[in-house]
Design a protein around this ligand. Structure first.
Ligand code: NAP
Ligand code: HSE
Length: 428
């Protein structure tokens, strides 16, 4: 049995996991694919750096072309991250007929269509299960498990860092900045956490999921993005009192052929299964027209969970190799993309307003909602220490985004509204 030779680009957290799984599960993997899988060469930046896994020094290289142009390497596993150089390496590998497995959500969200087109042109596979929700096999589920259905909604907690922060804020009543600092000390949050806390990482993952789920090429610019840096412990307290948890949700929705994709902190009813996903865990809720509600839960990152997805992709590529069917899965995004306008995007909203405490104020506020045909589900008023001011909490019925923007613009010029403290989408 001729071994299948793999070139690994990167030997950091995920690369180390890939080596451990390929070596540790070698017998099972070989039985499944019919030949041994061998890691032939490994690209690193610095060959003399200490490694967390034993690796023959001769296999390490600092020259990417040693791997990409290696005549015996069949599959490239890209776990080095980055966009510019990495794209160049992957395109070159594909043009040389090598299959690619990658964990790179940044690259796939920005350049997925170009990379997949190049793969098709060269009859190569490109697989990227690990790029979204680490160890959860959500991409294969959408592509294969739900190939018979039409997906109407994908709702995901796809960023572990922000879920860790929001969970701690909810469970301990701590402030955003205190928990962020703790997350950085524990190594959950990066020294520069912008991409995670401002929702960009989740937006990239939702771009990938929406493209696959709705079979249309969604671009990163199509995702409306808001992060968690303005979520206060007071917001979370109010949410809990009303029976909600605050979660950073990626939400992709389809009605007829119109779609919308967003990432925002969202108040989720505590009875919804996604509200109980805590800590660094990820979950993806999928609603299919025929199947109804489903939910997938697991580790969204980490050495071995992420490597599990990568090695499963590797197995799929090698099985295709044996069958001679690489690059023949056809286009995943065969539908025209039609985005909803703000008038067509609808959800419930939570608003926390600080308003003057005098006769007629509530009537003036509810009139603004009425002016733009936003119907209210509940209204709660309570005194604050700063007299004469009260807090009003409003939960709307389903309202369109354009109407809500007009409501908020009207509050800016309404003298009795001192502050629109918070606005959240509501789910569940
Ligand atoms: P990492 O720990 O920083 O490892 C990156 C590896 O790539 C290192 O071995 C580094 O070499 C090598 N490398 C980076 N740039 C290079 C270059 N220009 N030339 C040669 N080698 C280079 O990263 P990671 O956490 O494993 O993440 C890898 C990828 O997986 C990223 O795309 C990430 O978004 C994705 N991902 C990660 C996770 C996770 O849990 N970490 C989960 C899902 C997806 P040196 O070791 O010599 O520095
Ligand atoms: N920064 C990401 C997260 C890593 O927190 O989920 C996994 O993609």
């Amino acid at each position: 049995m001729k071994p299948v030779k793999v070139g690994l680009l990167g030997l950091g957290t995920v690369g180390t996991g890939v080596v451990r799984i390929v070596e540790g599960h070698q017998e099972d993997l070989a039985s499944q694919v019919g030949s041994p899988i061998v890691i032939e060469k490994v690209l690193v930046q610095n060959k003399s750096k200490a490694r967390n896994v034993s690796m023959d020094q001769d296999k390490l290289t600092e020259d990417p072309w040693d791997i990409i142009r290696h005549p015996d390497i069949d599959v490239i596993v890209e776990v080095m991250g980055g966009i510019g150089l990495t794209k160049e390496y992957i395109l070159e590998a594909l043009s040389l007929g090598k299959h690619v497995v990658t964990a790179n959500k940044d690259l796939m969200a920005l350049h997925g269509p170009e990379i997949l087109a190049k793969a098709q042109e060269n009859r190569c596979d490109v697989m990227y299960e690990a790029s979204v929700a680490g160890g959860i096999p959500i991409i294969r589920t959408l592509v294969e498990g739900f190939s018979s259905d039409r997906i109407n909604k994908i709702m995901g907690i796809v960023n572990g860092t922000t879920n860790f922060i929001l969970t701690k804020m909810s469970q301990e009543g701590a402030s955003y900045l205190d928990v962020l600092k703790e997350a950085q000390e524990l190594g959950y949050a990066e020294a520069d956490p912008t991409s995670d806390v401002e929702g960009l990482d989740a937006a990239r993952k939702m771009t990938i999921l929406a493209t696959i789920g709705f079979r249309a090429n969604v671009a990163l610019e199509d995702v409306s993005v808001q992060g968690i840096s303005s979520v206060s412990k007071e917001d979370i307290l109010y949410a809990k009192r009303l029976g909600y948890e605050v979660k950073l949700l990626g939400i992709a929705e389809r009605q007829d052929d119109l779609i919308s994709i967003s990432v925002q902190p969202t108040m989720v009813k505590q009875t919804h299964p996604i509200a109980s996903v805590n800590g660094v865990f990820n979950a993806v809720y999928v609603y299919g027209e025929a199947v109804g509600e489903t939910m997938f839960y697991g580790a969204g990152a980490g050495e071995l969970p992420t490597a599990t997805s990568i090695v499963s992709d590797l197995v799929a590529v090698v099985k295709n190799l044996k069958l001679g069917v690489n690059g023949m899965q056809g286009s995943l995004a065969y539908k025209e993309k039609k985005l909803k306008t703000d008038e067509q995007i609808s959800s419930k909203y939570f608003l926390l307003l600080k308003v003057a405490d005098r006769a007629g104020v509530l009537a003036r506020i509810t009139q603004v909602f009425a002016d733009f045909e936003v119907s209210l589900e509940s209204v709660l008023q309570q005194p604050t220490p700063s007299n004469p001011e009260v807090e009003i909490i409003v939960i709307t019925h389903d309202a369109n985004k354009a109407a809500m923007k007009k409501v908020l613009a009207s509050f800016e010029s309404l003298d009795v509204v001192h502050e629109v403290k918070s606005v959240y989408r509501v789910e569940g």
